[in-house]
Design a protein around this ligand. Structure first.
Ligand SMILES: Nc1ccn([C@@H]2O[C@H](COP(=O)(O)OP(=O)(O)OP(=O)(O)O)[C@@H](O)[C@H]2O)c(=O)n1
Ligand SMILES: C[C@](O)(CO)[C@H](O)COP(=O)(O)O
Length: 249
């Protein structure tokens, strides 16, 4: 009889960059702390991640100057699977890079998966995160939730249309974005601070992350008008919890 010897099963961690200022949102505080449907935005995000069975722990990376998280999540310290670190940087990439170091310091391995998820995407649902994990966990590279672009795309110049851009094969990147900790650490080190998502850094290594269809509801709160839309969505029970849109072509 042949005995198959497997190595340790890689674990999955979530890393939530939460150190931005939300300048485009125009709120009176960093947007992750704006109250929505009875609690701060980031509390919705963390509650959803806390319901993903496959996640070992969720690390929230705050600004060193943060004064609002403790009031926003007064029970955070009592939750074994919720970790915080005040190591955020000047850019999203710097915040994520610092968070990867914290995960390694806390016992994660370079081969473990990290799912980076924006604090500002508070409509994420646990089942979408699980779908991403199941779609990518046997890949060499990893992948991300994303949506095929449905609108016609315009290139702007001075407030007018300079050109119509071919939308064929174009996807809008969402989060979570899931990669091995060691690979993402190297990718971000080589890519520097300018990348706006983890996938771009990994692509720059010549790799091709998997596109996993997400949902329109998993949008990033960015502009002032986004808050009332998110609040309305948070107030209604999910009618079709596992609905995702699009298919990778
Ligand atoms: N230095 C930064 C910048 C951003 N983020 C986080 O990255 C996510 C996505 O970024 P974005 O929507 O751009 O947030 P802000 O940078 O806060 O917004 P803005 O660009 O409008 O200032 C947010 O959860 C934000 O808190 C971060 O942790 N550290
Ligand atoms: C990571 C991201 O949410 C994927 O769409 C996005 O790139 C963040 O961009 P921002 O420049 O931080 O708003």
């Amino acid at each position: 009889m042949t005995t198959l010897v497997h190595g340790p099963v890689p674990r999955c961690y979530a890393l939530v960059p939460c150190a931005g200022t939300g300048s485009r949102a125009g709120a009176d505080r960093p947007k992750q702390y704006v109250p929505l449907a009875g609690r701060p935005l980031v509390a919705h995000t963390l509650a959803a991640l806390g319901r993903v069975p496959r996640l070992q722990a969720t690390l929230v990376v705050l600004s060193p100057d943060d004064t609002l998280f403790d009031a926003a999540l007064p029970n955070a310290g009592a939750e074994a699977r919720l970790w915080t670190a005040r190591r955020g940087g000047a850019t999203r990439a710097a915040t994520v890079t610092a968070g990867l170091e914290v995960l390694l310091e806390r016992g994660a391995a370079e081969d473990d998966w990290v799912l980076v998820h924006d604090a500002a995407r508070c409509l994420i649902r646990p089942e979408w995160v699980t779908q991403l994990i199941e779609a990518c966990e046997h890949d060499a590279v990893g992948g991300l939730l994303a949506l095929p672009v449905a609108d016609t795309l315009k290139q702007a110049e001075g407030g007018c249309v300079a050109a119509t851009v071919d939308r064929n094969g174009k996807w809008a990147a969402q989060t979570p974005q899931m990669f091995r900790i060691g690979l993402l650490r190297r990718a971000l080190r080589e890519a520097g601070d300018a990348v706006t998502d983890e996938s771009s850094a990994v692509e720059a290594l010549g790799l091709r992350p998997r596109l996993v269809p997400g949902s329109l509801e998993n949008f990033k709160l960015t502009w002032p008008g986004d808050f009332s839309l998110a609040e309305r969505l948070l107030m209604v029970p999910a009618s079709n919890p596992s609905s995702s849109q699009g298919s990778a072509t």
